[in-house]
Design a protein around this ligand. Sequence first.
Ligand code: SF4
Length: 206
Amino acid sequence: MSGGLSVTNVVEHAFCPRFTYFQLVLGIEQREGKRGTVLAGRTFHSRHSTTNKSYKIKRLNGVKLTEILLYSKEYMFSGKIDEAIEASDEILIIERKYSDYVVVGPTMKTQLGLLAILAEENFGKKVKRAVIVFDKTKRVEIPVKITKNIKQLALSVLQKTRDVLSSGLIPPSKFDNRCLNCCYRKICPPCTSKRQQSIEGSANLT
Ligand code: SF4
């Protein structure tokens, strides 16, 4: 399993490391399809990246790429780039979020870092920037510079995901707003150990 991780697995670990434990160690699938925001997000993705292939962010020049499945031989993970622009000297990644919550936090940076690593290895071109399009009640485009730090963050979360798989132990996590809509909340034990509580701050990325 450790060689077969996907970007989604690692992004979910960034969101909450216990997703790795419940889903990949215990094999309890998420009831993801029941979440309205996820369903709406999928619809939104499909409208732009599959059916409207000529759509492009106006200020970018290059060839539009959609739905590209990639694998990193160097870091041994796979992922799908939903949308990107290939210019002569760079690849620009476009991520669309069906959300009014316009924040580029560690979870999103982990996703962008991993997608950038996949694109650079497979296309032989640099990924210098990405654009996140938040579009629910209003549309907001946020440019993100893809730095060495973002890629290092992504690789460190990839390693932490593998650490949970190899140890088989439930990682520490704190209970907060993320838990309200979490499909694992009924089986997720509280973090009672003092040691775990003391390292919660450093272990959680969100
Ligand atoms: S209930 Fe909270 S701590 Fe437990 S898996 Fe879900 S998000 Fe993580």
